[in-house]
Design a protein around this ligand. Structure first.
Ligand code: GUN
Length: 283
């Protein structure tokens, strides 16, 4: 079998077009959707990510402002800036790029963002809302994975989904989203015994560990859907996921590539959350 590819670039483009339409509709009502991004320090990867977020936003008609601060910024100053943005009705989404400098408490910083503007979906109120099925912002990466399953018309009801990884921003929320769609969900992690025996039962596997070759062909049930959240570099410095793509594509029914899979979807879902924040504020 050769798996069908789930094209994250094409799907993300479609989603950006939908967001652009919703943005136009809000603008016609006199509301300019706006995202504030705060970057503290000079981490090169964070600089690239935040630049992408600004470009994606502006290309979609959203206004994005990037505020950059030195790594020495006192935590109290960052909290004060977040509180000011919380109070600013012209700002609909607030995103603090992670990681933060070591002297800052990331939890405290994120908890300072108003849940109504938490477009990353990292606030405990957002996590709690997802857990109990209340409206709130969903973390962009697992939300993007769910959209990919929807795009192929996959019905999760009663299916066995295995999530590899238990991070607060991917693994745990992914498991809750799949559960919300009536899948039977197994969450695996570094202490899981006999991972292969579990993934072999899976109709859907989401690999979100951050390590190459976590999932190989011998671990996949024929026809399964494989979603690869990983962003790693191989020995030649080429971008690769957590899944051994070359091997797994011969066994899986559907597979996401790296690059061009989950990555562009994560970026697109930030735009979805931001337009949703603006729509809710304008309602
Ligand atoms: N750093 C790496 N990924 C992310 C993300 O999705 N959001 C934020 N705020 N920081 C990140």
């Amino acid at each position: 079998m050769t798996a069908q590819l789930i094209d994250g670039n094409a799907l993300a483009k479609q989603i950006r077009e939908e967001v652009a339409g919703r943005t136009q509709a809000l603008k016609a009502r006199g509301v300019q959707p706006r995202l504030s991004i705060l970057l503290v320090g000079e981490d090169p990867a964070s600089q690239v990510y935040t630049k992408h977020k600004v470009n994606d936003s502006t290309q979609t008609g959203l206004e994005a402002t990037l505020e950059t601060y030195p790594a020495t910024l006192p935590e109290a100053d960052l909290l004060a800036r977040i509180r000011a943005l919380n109070e600013d009705p012209s700002v609909h989404g607030i995103l603090v790029q992670l990681p933060l400098p070591k002297h800052m408490d990331s939890h405290k910083v994120i908890e300072t963002i108003s849940p109504a503007k938490d477009v990353d979906g990292f606030h405990v109120a957002s996590a709690g809302a997802l857990m109990v099925g209340q409206p709130g912002f969903w973390p962009c990466t697992p939300y993007g994975c769910l959209k990919m399953l929807d795009a192929i018309g996959y019905d999760l009801t009663g299916k066995h989904a295995v999530v590899i990884g238990r991070s607060n921003i991917v693994g745990k929320p992914m498991a809750l989203m799949l559960l919300g769609r009536d899948a039977t969900v197994t969450v695996c992690h570094s202490r899981t015994r006999d991972l292969k025996s579990l993934t072999l039962q899976a109709d859907v596997v989401v690999a979100a560990v951050g390590k190459r070759n976590v999932l190989t062909a011998d671990m996949v049930k024929p026809g399964a859907v494989v979603i690869d959240v990983g962003m790693n570099r191989n020995d030649e410095g080429k971008l690769c996921g957590d899944v051994d793509f070359a091997g797994v594509q011969d066994v899986a029914g559907w597979i996401t590539p790296v690059p061009g899979g989950v990555g562009p979807m994560t970026r697109a879902m930030l735009l979805v959350n931001t337009i949703q924040a603006a729509e809710r504020a304008a309602a």
